[in-house]
Design a binder for this molecule. Structure first.
Ligand code: G5P
Ligand code: MG
Length: 208
């Protein structure tokens, strides 16, 4: 299955794509995570991305398109993948299609704005692995350490009120219109309850 997960910042794309990837036994590809890794390694892409991510702006289309096209061409994507956070502009969606990359289904996680703010304000992420927590809704068992690898939990640099505001504006302007581009491939799931409840709704909506 070639699936895209879309939705506003903090709706749960990363959390749900990690769970679905295990269920479906396919890799999850998060463009946000790839860019943060590039920043941490100090690569050319990372140096460029840092200027945008820290302001809550989108990284230029050409930069991210090349990163994604290289990644989905790798062997582990032969049986499918879940793309988290790409495409985010019409130009990115068109570039995928032009490169002959088909999409089977687009999962759109729909979350009200007040819930988004709460999810982002309480999010903690592992400083080493992709694990994501929430201080009240999805806490780590040990409080400030990752349950998976034991590394300290941190707050993402772009989870501050000013940057969150920019990210939400850019989502409404540039990314929400991409959902219409996919027409009847879109499966919309409202996320209101716990992580587990959202996963159940998603699996049901996808017929898995
Ligand atoms: P990212 O990293 O893709 P965003 O802003 O799209 O960033 P983000 O913040 O990573 O999305 P998410 O993945 O949708 O949010 O949400 P999450 O981390 O899984 O969950 C958020 C919180 O809610 C967590 O605390 C989690 O525990 C909790 N939670 C999750 N699900 C549930 C649930 O069902 N119930 C409850 N109660 N809680 C839940 O991109 C970052 C930046 O990279 C650049 C941009 O600059 C972007 O701002 N970038 C791109 N630029 C250009 N083009 C692209 N394609 C780009 N991709 C990334
Ligand atoms: Mg994410």
């Amino acid at each position: 299955m070639k699936m895209l997960i879309m939705g506003a910042p903090g709706c749960g794309k990363g959390t749900q794509s990690e769970i679905l990837a295990k269920t479906l036994n396919i890799p999850t590809i998060s463009t946000g995570a790839m860019l943060r890794e590039a920043i941490a390694k100090g690569t050319e892409v990372g140096k460029e991305a840092a200027m945008y991510i820290n302001d809550g702006k989108l990284v230029p289309d050409n930069t991210i398109i090349n990163v994604v096209l290289d990644r989905v061409a790798q062997d582990d994507c032969k049986n499918g993948y879940i793309l988290d956070g790409f495409p985010r502009t019409l130009a990115q969606a068109e570039a995928m299609e032009k490169a002959g990359i088909k999409t089977d289904v687009v999962l759109m996680i729909d979350v009200d704005k007040d819930v988004i703010i709460k999810r982002l304000a309480g999010r903690r992420v592992c400083s080493k692995c992709p694990a994501t927590y929430h201080i009240t809704d999805n806490p780590s068992k040990s409080g400030d350490k990752c349950d998976v690898c034991g590394a300290p939990l941190i707050t993402r640099d772009d989870d501050n009120p000013e940057t969150i505001k920019h990210r939400l504006e850019i989502y409404a302007e540039s990314t929400a219109p991409v959902i219409d581009y996919y027409g009847d491939k879109v499966v919309k799931v409202k996320s209101v309850g716990t992580v587990e409840e959202t996963t159940k709704s998603i699996l049901k909506a996808l017929g898995i």
